[in-house]
Write a protein that binds this ligand. Structure first.
Ligand code: ADP
Ligand code: MG
Length: 500
């Protein structure tokens, strides 16, 4: 963060000082985890279901924090934030912190105000905020954008999926006077959420990837999702840029909802930044000709799955706006690293079995993307396995959506389907109905049964996709297949909600 005095912070958040000197300056980072506190930092006390950050105030100060952002008086120098008025507590903030009396929501609201203040100050001296939203691919695209922008200037982007009322301001507050680009992922669980996040760190460039069916249960319909995702482009200024996926009609239609200049990306001939002549190698990595208004270049993506082409094009449009040339961009795209775990992680075991670990999360669109990548990898005669679990939060469409995935597995000619858990049983039934499938589809009760079956039946050369929503915990399958020792470790990504 930029250096700010406690007086200025109190003023920005509308709080009061407790046992603290107005002139004391915060010179370190803003953290909500005492283990991350740095010298001169600010500790954010968040009440939670199990522990309350307020009880760790003294510990945070002992670790170097100069003050605590708190909802009530603590045993340390603090800025006490004002309580929220009745009904003002954002329901997602309450859900996030798990505390019922709104203290956590009040602290998060203050954190948001502080982030906005810092971002506004930095925007005046040349910081560009880039926001990414969509139903699938936000984290992957954010990681690509960051890697394209880092060579142009200092870039701050969140680790993993840090994308909601906590992760968003926390990330924004990592920017300082040296930062040129702040790349943020904006997620939503309901109408208004994207607008609120955009107000915390107003983007100059906004990217909308796609409108799918993730969390359709909460939004009511795909149109409802489109309405919410489009809040990002509504927040852009006149001198801003909206990067829209021309291949997704609901995204393309957002052009009418923004004051900003529109740049379209996609494979459609009319797209301004587009990919042509896409081919996939034996590991489903795409090569294509990148065509932009500034020139052309050849790209070979090191990421697995054709769906990364659209994500990459969106990132290209952002990098072009910020001064990179097509040739520089193509070189950087070819050297991309996968930064966030359990998204199309491809590992080949010593015995020649390849595991495609895409167990981080799933919705119908990302399931299709993962299955297509699996099918591409099986082209050269390899036996393919789809090991799939439930896709969560689909509301009343859940059964149909699972049934359709089962049918797609058959149509893509995938050799074996292992469906894990009764919640996902409609996939197994869909597969049966699509063809005269007998032994090819197996329904197993849980992760343990799937692992036992796979240990028994996998043979050299097989390729296995492991994918489900986070709740299914299928990374345990991937990890068991990759390491002989049992592993029950929880997700270690810094994810703070997994919203869409
Ligand atoms: N453009 C896309 N279309 C469909 N699926 C995608 C796309 N981009 C990524 N995915 C898949 O979606 C899942 C989630 O990816 P991630 O980048 O974490 O997205 P998000 O942050 O939006 O949840 C992964 O399985 C990934 O392979
Ligand atoms: Mg994400």
């Amino acid at each position: 963060m930029i250096v700010l005095s406690l007086a200025e912070i109190a003023d920005v958040v509308g709080g009061r000082l407790h046992r603290a000197e107005a002139a004391t300056e915060v010179t370190g980072s803003v953290e909500f985890d005492t283990r991350e506190v740095t010298q001169g930092g600010l500790f954010v006390a968040l009440p939670g279901e199990k522990v309350d950050g307020h009880d760790f105030a003294a510990q945070a100060v002992a670790a170097g924090a100069v003050a605590v952002l708190a909802a009530r008086e603590v045993d340390a120098p603090a800025i006490i934030v004002p309580p929220l008025a009745q009904g003002q507590a954002h329901e997602r903030s309450v859900a996030l912190t798990g505390d019922k009396d709104g203290a956590g929501a009040a602290v998060l609201a203050a954190l948001g105000k502080l982030a906005r203040h810092v971002v506004q100050k930095l925007a005046a001296t040349g910081l560009t905020v880039v926001g990414v939203t969509g139903s699938s691919g936000k984290t992957s695209t954010k990681d690509v954008i960051a890697q394209l922008l880092e060579p142009i200037g200092a870039t701050v982007a969140p680790p993993g999926s840090f994308n909601n009322e906590l992760g968003h301001p926390w990330t924004a507050l990592r920017a300082d006077q040296h930062t040129r680009h702040l790349v943020l992922e904006l997620s939503a669980r309901g109408p208004g959420h994207i607008a609120e996040l955009a107000a915390i760190a107003p983007p100059k460039i906004g990217v909308v990837l796609n409108v799918g069916t993730a969390h359709v249960g909460e939004f009511g319909s795909r149109e409802g999702i489109a309405k919410t995702k489009g809040e990002l482009v509504e927040a852009l200024p006149e001198d801003g840029v909206a990067v829209l996926n021309a291949d997704d009609p609901l995204v393309a239609a957002m052009a009418s909802r923004t004051k900003a200049r529109v740049v379209t990306v996609g494979t459609t001939a009319s797209a301004q930044v587009r990919a042509a002549d896409i081919t996939l190698d034996a590991e489903a990595r795409a090569s294509f000709r990148l065509i932009t208004p500034a020139g052309e270049a050849s790209v070979k993506l090191p990421l697995h799955g054709e769906h990364h082409v659209g994500n990459a094009l969106a990132a290209v449009a952002v990098a072009l706006e910020l001064g990179a040339t097509p040739v520089e961009i193509a070189t950087r795209l070819s050297a991309l690293q996968r930064r966030s775990a359990r998204r199309m992680e491809v590992t080949t075991r010593p015995d020649g079995v390849t595991i495609l670990n895409d167990s981080f999360n799933a919705n119908p669109e990302s399931m299709r993307a993962g299955l297509k990548a699996l099918a591409a990898m099986a082209r050269e005669g390899r036996r393919s396995w789809a090991v799939l679990g439930v896709m969560g939060e689909l509301g009343e469409d859940a059964v149909t959506a699972h049934d359709e995935i089962g049918r797609l597995v058959v149509r893509l000619n995938i050799a074996k389907l292992v469906v894990i858990g009764p919640e996902a049983a409609a996939m197994h039934q869909g597969a049966h109905q699509e063809g005269s499938w007998g032994e090819e589809s197996i329904l197993v009760p849980d992760v343990g049964a799937a692992v036992a079956l796979l240990h028994d039946q996998l043979r050299p050369g097989d390729v296995v996709l492991v994918k489900a929503s986070k709740v299914a915990g299928l990374w345990r399958v991937a990890e068991a297949l990759l390491s002989p020792a049992p592993d029950n470790s929880p997700s270690h990504e810094r994810s703070n909600g997994g919203d869409a």
